[in-house]
Design a protein around this ligand. Structure first.
Ligand SMILES: *Cc1c(COP(=O)(O)O)cnc(C)c1O
Length: 374
């Protein structure tokens, strides 16, 4: 029996698998010397577009930059309302506030952990009735890798003249029906932070759209707001580039990404078979393809369960212990209405060890330990 410790994430095994390929790609960059804007950047963008089915992909410096550039590309700013779930990573709200727009926090669904379309519509109607802010954009987060309900959110947003931006930082590789994340709404932002489903060896991110003009605006903003010749400043921009070396690493990771996604799906199915009927788990709908960036359950007495797991040598983690409207930086934007499901998930959500390199025996070990701990 294996005595390998159970890891929450495993960032080393893929590096071992890909070491020779990554070294070859990095050496090629040392030879050509184009550390910024090398051929790896366009190669990665083409492969990402082909992978997702989006017409265009743009590599950027981080998932946060992807969100900020998407908002800047629509000229979102002061006086604008951007709707987002309160149960997400702080980057989603930071991106909104960095543009000067106002975040409007919306409650989520307990089962999907994603923005609740009914609560979204109610929040939009309140903002319209108040007449102080202009509804401009909805950011739907694909939490833990599960796509938000785009088929319902899209029409709600359009009815009020808004676009939808997917914060798919945790969800690259997921999909809905026969479409993949990147092609589910007008704009998508993702992250290559090392522990995300497709991780770089440092920071990175990407953006997706089908719209040619939008891509041009994003590419300009990414490069200090310059024109296509990179001479004239035509808008406010920033340095949002992804360097050639990180692109090379992500290109290498893409050679095993489909296989890793299959392994993630298989591991999730094993967890679900062992825990079904015994533990509440994040649940999508039949058309959803969960990317399983994280495998998350909901338990009572979470701290006690975590401690009991830890005692049995099993790591677990909480994403997120507080909803954003409960954080000091965002408390000023807490809505008058309670965000009951966000608060409930903040008390109950627990993510179990999850990565493509778990063994069946390890998954069974986590499940046995969890069921003992409940
Ligand atoms: C990781 C993450 C981000 C930010 O991505 P970075 O690459 O770390 O900037 C944004 N939103 C969500 C939901 C995330 O999980």
């Amino acid at each position: 029996m294996s005595t390998d410790p159970i890891l929450f994430f495993d960032l080393k095994t893929p590096s071992k698998r890909l070491r020779a390929d990554i070294e070859r790609r990095l050496n090629a960059i040392l030879d050509h010397g184009q550390y910024i804007g090398g051929p790896e950047v366009t190669e990665l963008e083409q492969k990402l577009a082909a992978f997702t089915g989006a017409r265009h992909a743009l590599a950027v410096a981080s998932g946060t930059d992807a969100l900020v550039i998407a908002l800047m590309g629509e000229e979102i700013g002061p006086g604008d309302a951007v709707f987002l779930p309160a149960f997400t990573y702080n980057a989603t709200a930071n991106a909104v506030l960095m543009t000067g727009a106002t975040p409007v926090f919306v409650d989520v669904d307990r089962q999907t952990c994603n923005i609740d379309p009914i609560q979204l519509e109610a929040a939009i109607e309140r903002v319209v009735a108040e007449g102080r802010l202009k509804p401009r954009l909805v950011i739907a987060v694909d939490l833990y890798g599960l796509p938000a309900d785009y088929a319902t959110i899209g029409p709600v947003a359009r009815k009020h003249g808004m676009l939808v931006l997917s914060d798919a930082a945790q969800a690259l590789g997921g999909g809905q029906g026969n479409k993949r994340i990147g092609a589910l709404c007008e704009m998508t932002a993702t992250s290559f932070y090392p522990s995300k489903t497709l991780g770089a060896y440092g920071d990175g991110g990407a953006m997706f759209t089908d719209d040619d003009a939008r891509l041009d605006r994003w590419a300009s903003i990414r490069w200090h707001g310059t024109d296509a010749a990179k001479k004239e400043s035509i808008r406010v921009g920033l340095n949002g580039r992804l360097d050639s070396m990180q692109c090379a690493v992500v290109l290498s990771k893409m050679t095993i990404f489909e296989a890793e996604l299959e392994d993630r799906a298989g591991h999730a199915a094993r967890y679900r078979a062992r825990l079904g009927g015994k533990v509440m788990m994040q649940e999508g709908r039949s058309e959803d393809r969960h990317a399983f960036g994280l495998f998350t359950i909901m338990v009572d007495e979470r701290d006690r369960v975590m401690a009991a797991l830890k005692e049995q040598g099993i790591p677990s983690a909480v994403y997120y212990a507080k909803s954003l409207h409960r954080h000091a930086a965002f408390a000023a934007y807490a809505p008058a209405e309670p965000l009951a499901n966000c608060d409930w998930l903040a008390d109950h959500a627990l993510s179990l060890p999850f990565h493509p390199y778990l063994t069946d025996a390890q998954i069974d070990g986590v499940c046995d330990a969890l069921l003992r701990a409940l």
